[in-house]
Design a protein around this ligand. Structure first.
Ligand SMILES: NC(=O)c1ccc[n+]([C@@H]2O[C@H](COP(=O)([O-])OP(=O)(O)OC[C@H]3O[C@@H](n4cnc5c(N)ncnc54)[C@H](OP(=O)(O)O)[C@@H]3O)[C@@H](O)[C@H]2O)c1
Length: 261
């Protein structure tokens, strides 16, 4: 007998990095399914805009708070306030992350390496550790980490970002083993090039450098990634999408991109 897709109405869904890009679009996708959303990011005003739109789109409820996954105190406050709202989490989406700079190791800046590692690796582990007890209380907890093609295939001038996403992949695999038998599903969704605020953040607001990344290419959109995250969460409880690589057709590898004139 075919098991039906999992219903997300009134399911408690926590999304980190929900103020823009994949996180904001994912909030909208889960809102349309009637989920109870818990959203975190550092830019409170953008987060509140997403929260308002998610309510309009059909979310059962939306709770949003300032969250800096690099800062243990911020995570502690966020989690303690979250736990006053819910004892259970059905879905955790570890999406908060960033790349900074694009330079050979010889010329790169250590402060970028530290911020990427603290956000993409330590921040993800910190959130995961604190959410596992709540996921265990769900009848079918789902933990989705956002990785990248960069965690699978290295590219020049991206050593630290690639390393941070390779770490994400190995952390996901370790969690899959550790949580086997709990009923919690553990997935990594690894996109290729997508047009979000990612490149503006990477190049610290340099519009020209950001535009050059997407020149002549049809990149993924935030909605493409959000639909995929939703699909993974909607699989029946006995189905775990362990690893999913989602690429634009124009991109065969990080360094192999078809560009139109
Ligand atoms: N776009 C791509 O090509 C691509 C491809 C593969 C994977 N990814 C990954 O996808 C994820 C989302 O990126 P995106 O493309 O949607 O970029 P984005 O539009 O820049 O979104 C990144 C999100 O992460 C949040 N964030 C960054 N540092 C944070 C921190 N210390 N604490 C809490 N939130 C933080 C940002 O919010 P605040 O600034 O408000 O805190 C923002 O909401 C990242 O993990 C990224 O590495 C992106």
């Amino acid at each position: 007998m075919q098991a039906s897709p999992r219903k997300l109405r009134n399911q408690c869904v926590l999304i980190t990095g929900a103020s823009s890009g994949f996180g904001a679009s994912t909030a909208m996708a889960f809102a349309r399914e009637g989920a109870k959303l818990f959203l975190g990011a550092r830019r409170s005003s953008k987060l509140h805009e997403v929260a308002d739109l998610a309510l309009e789109a059909g979310a059962a409820s939306v709770w949003s708070r300032n969250l800096d996954v690099r800062d243990p105190n911020s995570v502690e406050t966020f989690m303690s306030e979250l736990k006053s709202q819910t004892e259970t989490l059905d879905v955790l989406i570890n999406n908060a992350g960033l790349a900074l700079g694009l330079a050979p190791v010889e010329e790169d800046e250590e402060r970028y390496w530290i911020q990427m590692m603290e956000t993409n690796v330590i921040g993800l582990m910190r959130m995961t550790r604190d959410c596992i007890p709540l996921l265990k209380k769900s009848s079918a907890g789902t933990l989705i980490n956002i990785g990248s093609i960069a965690g699978r295939v290295a590219y020049e001038k991206g050593a630290a970002y690639c390393a941070s996403k390779a770490a994400e992949l190995q952390i996901t695999k370790a969690l899959r083993l550790e949580l086997n038998g709990t009923g919690i599903r553990v997935s990594t969704i690894d996109p290729g090039m997508a047009k979000t605020e990612f490149s503006m953040v990477r190049f610290e607001g340099d519009q020209q450098k950001s535009d050059d990344v997407y020149r002549g290419v049809y990149p993924l959109t935030a909605e493409d990634v959000a639909e995929t995250i939703l699909w993974v969460a909607q699989r029946p409880a006995h189905v775990c999408v362990d690893e999913l690589l989602l690429m634009p057709t124009d991109q065969a590898a990080p360094y192999k991109v078809h560009r139109r004139n």
